[in-house]
Design a protein around this ligand. Structure first.
Ligand code: SAH
Length: 221
C-alpha cells in the first residue's frame, strides 16, 4: 500500500471509530450538541503517544507519562457539559492541562481558555500540540494550579481535572459572579464531581456523580 492510501485507510477507520465514540457518549446521556461536535471533530489520537493512538477513540483514560492520564472522553464531555449548562461562557480557566485534550475541547466552545499545568514536560508537549492544531484562543502556563491565574481573573468558568480533597478557596475566589467551577473533590475512591456556582450571596454546591481522578498535587515538577 502506498503512503497516501495508507493514510486514507487510517482516516476512514478513525472517522468510523470517532462516530462510534460519539454514539456511546449520547447513550451515556451527553446531549450538548457543541460538546458532541467537538468530540467528533477533535483528533484525540494526537494527544497520546503513537503507541496508544489506535486506542484513542475508546471511551477510556490512557497514560500520558509522569503517572498522569488523559481523561476518559465521557468525563471530558460530562464536565464540559456541566460547565456550559448555565449558558455560554466567555473565559474559562482549566487546572491540569495534561495532554491538552480537554483544553482543545474548551477552546472550540468558549472565547478564551487559560490552562495551568504543574509538570513542565506535559506543559511543553501540550503547548506544541495545541499550536500544531492552530488553536489560537488558548494560553498555557507552567505552575501550581492552586493559585489559579490572577492576571486573567475573574473567570466565567473554572474546570479542574485533578482532585483536591476540598474545594480550593483560592480558585473559587477567581470566579466571576454567576460563574461556575466543575471539579472532582475527595480522596482515592471517595471522589465526587461537583459544580460550585458563585451567586450574589455566596456559593451554591451541586453533586454531579461519583468519579475517580488523579490527585491535585502541590508545587511544580
Ligand atoms: N485534562 C487532562 C487531564 C490530565 S490528568 C487531560 O485530559 O489530558 C490531571 C493533570 O493535572 C495532570 O497533568 C497533572 O500533572 C495536573 N496537576 C495535578 N496537580 C496540579 C496542580 N496543582 N496544578 C496544575 N496541574 C496539576
Amino acid at each position: 500500500m502506498t503512503a497516501a492510501l495508507c493514510e486514507v485507510g487510517i482516516g476512514m477507520t478513525s472517522q468510523r471509530t470517532r462516530e462510534r465514540l460519539v454514539q456511546r457518549l449520547v447513550e451515556a446521556g451527553i446531549s450538548h450538541s457543541g460538546v458532541l461536535e467537538a468530540m467528533r471533530s477533535l483528533p484525540r489520537h494526537l494527544f497520546v503517544d503513537e503507541a496508544l493512538a489506535s486506542r484513542a477513540y475508546e471511551d477510556s483514560s490512557l497514560p500520558i507519562g509522569h503517572g498522569q492520564t488523559i481523561s476518559q472522553p465521557y468525563i471530558v464531555a460530562r464536565m464540559t457539559e456541566a460547565l456550559l449548562a448555565g449558558g455560554p461562557r466567555d473565559t474559562v480557566l482549566e487546572i491540569g492541562t495534561g495532554s491538552g485534550f480537554q483544553t482543545a475541547v474548551l477552546a472550540s466552545l468558549v472565547r478564551r481558555v487559560y490552562s495551568v499545568e504543574r509538570v513542565a514536560d506535559l506543559y511543553e508537549k501540550a503547548e506544541r500540540r495545541l499550536r500544531g492544531l492552530k488553536l489560537r484562543n488558548v494560553r498555557l502556563r507552567h505552575g501550581d494550579g492552586h493559585l489559579g491565574w490572577s492576571d486573567y481573573a475573574p473567570f466565567d468558568g473554572i474546570l479542574v481535572t485533578a482532585a483536591p480533597e476540598g474545594v480550593p478557596r483560592g480558585l473559587v475566589a477567581q470566579l466571576a459572579p454567576g460563574g461556575c467551577m466543575v471539579l472532582p473533590v475527595g480522596r482515592n475512591e471517595q471522589q465526587a464531581l461537583v459544580r460550585v456556582t458563585r451567586t450574589e450571596s455566596g456559593y451554591e454546591h451541586e453533586l454531579i456523580e461519583p468519579v475517580v481522578f488523579v490527585p491535585l498535587l502541590g508545587g511544580t515538577a
